[in-house]
Design a binder for this molecule. Structure first.
Ligand SMILES: *[C@@H]1O[C@H](CO)[C@@H](O)[C@H](O)[C@H]1NC(C)=O
Ligand SMILES: *[C@@H]1O[C@H](CO)[C@@H](O)[C@H](O)[C@H]1NC(C)=O
Length: 302
């Protein structure tokens, strides 16, 4: 009986593998953002999760999109489905023309390679896809950074692989009963607060403490009344630790919530105080959960 059992086991393994493959393939086909409870989003295969900030692993945060206007990086975005990239409305100001996906070293045009645990891992090089259409929130207010959210429709579907895949949209409002000592993650190629002028060349990330809305508003009252009155339940605040912050060039990028190795998009980088990374001063992100109906509408009609 034993051989039969092991045959059965092999068959089970093979069919599980095929199912996983088939799922990966169907995952690649959807224009609509995948269900956050499916295996089709938020999976990060990087094994380099020991640090809390610094250079990212080459295959980490594979949903990051580098937004370009006329060949120059201007903003960051996040892949939410094979056809749509979510970003900030302020990022449409420079009329973006294309996105770069699967990017690591943004100044290197070929494949990027990195030593990971003594092994050399390379990506296939970033791919560039033209932007076919854009939609920013109808009530976006440039002066107050209200409703700072936009969607880019890509001219062709994104080919998913280890370096390019979508993040999950959130299933709940993380600010309603946040876990104790909640920390969220921002990633991108923006400038590091320590070198305010120069944007980073390789993908990096920072872990940021969540800051409740009431405290965030109080902090901004001392900096700018205009921004303080802007901050509402449509925002989420995070940061305030020295040198750890989203910064110039990070606009439109993700504020991520990680749970059990799966990432969802809690916020979009909108605004913050200058200089970045000041002690006690968080940055402000558009709360994605609030805009789910809008996202749903745009990805059905754009
Ligand atoms: C990024 O790529 C450029 C161009 O190939 C190279 O000169 C530079 O050393 C790279 N930077 C890092 C940090 O890998
Ligand atoms: C959906 O989007 C369209 C086009 O932007 C807009 O005219 C319509 O009012 C939106 N509907 C809802 C329910 O938001």
């Amino acid at each position: 009986m034993l051989p039969q059992k092991s045959h059965l086991l092999i068959f089970t393994l093979v069919s599980a593998f095929c199912t996983a493959l088939a799922e990966t393939e169907t995952c690649g086909q959807t224009d609509k953002p995948p269900s956050p409870t499916s295996e089709c989003c938020g999976l990060d295969l990087a094994d380099d999760h020991r640090k809390t900030s610094g250079d990212a692993a080459i295959n980490q945060f594979p949903w990051l999109a580098l937004i370009e206007a006329n060949g120059r990086p201007t903003c960051t975005g996040v892949i939410i489905s094979s056809r749509y990239v979510l970003t900030a409305a302020q990022c449409l100001y420079q009329s973006p023309t294309n996105v770069r996906l699967g990017e690591f070293n943004k100044t290197n045009s070929g494949p990027d390679c990195l030593m990971v645990g003594g092994k050399k891992i390379c990506n296939g090089g970033a791919i560039t896809i033209a932007i076919e259409a854009t939609a920013s929130h109808a009530h976006y207010n440039q002066d107050y950074h209200g409703h700072d959210i936009a969607i880019l429709k890509l001219a062709k579907p994104v080919p998913y692989n280890e370096f390019i895949r979508p993040i999950c949209l959130p299933t709940s409002d993380i600010t309603v009963s946040p876990p104790e000592n909640l920390r969220l993650i921002n990633a991108g190629w923006g400038s590091k607060p320590s070198s305010d002028q120069e944007e980073d060349v390789v993908k990096h990330y920072v872990e940021l403490p969540y800051v409740p809305l009431k405290r965030c508003k109080e902090i901004y009252k001392d900096i700018s009344h205009r921004y303080s009155s802007t901050i509402s339940e449509k925002h989420i605040c995070a940061g305030g630790e020295k040198g750890l912050d989203s910064c110039r060039g990070d606009g439109g990028g993700p504020l991520m919530f990680e749970e059990g190795g799966r990432y969802s998009l809690a916020g979009i980088v909108s605004f913050g105080a200058v200089p970045c990374g000041r002690v006690g001063v968080p940055s402000v992100y558009t709360k994605v959960f609030y805009y789910l109906p809008w996202i749903n509408n745009v990805t059905s009609t754009l």
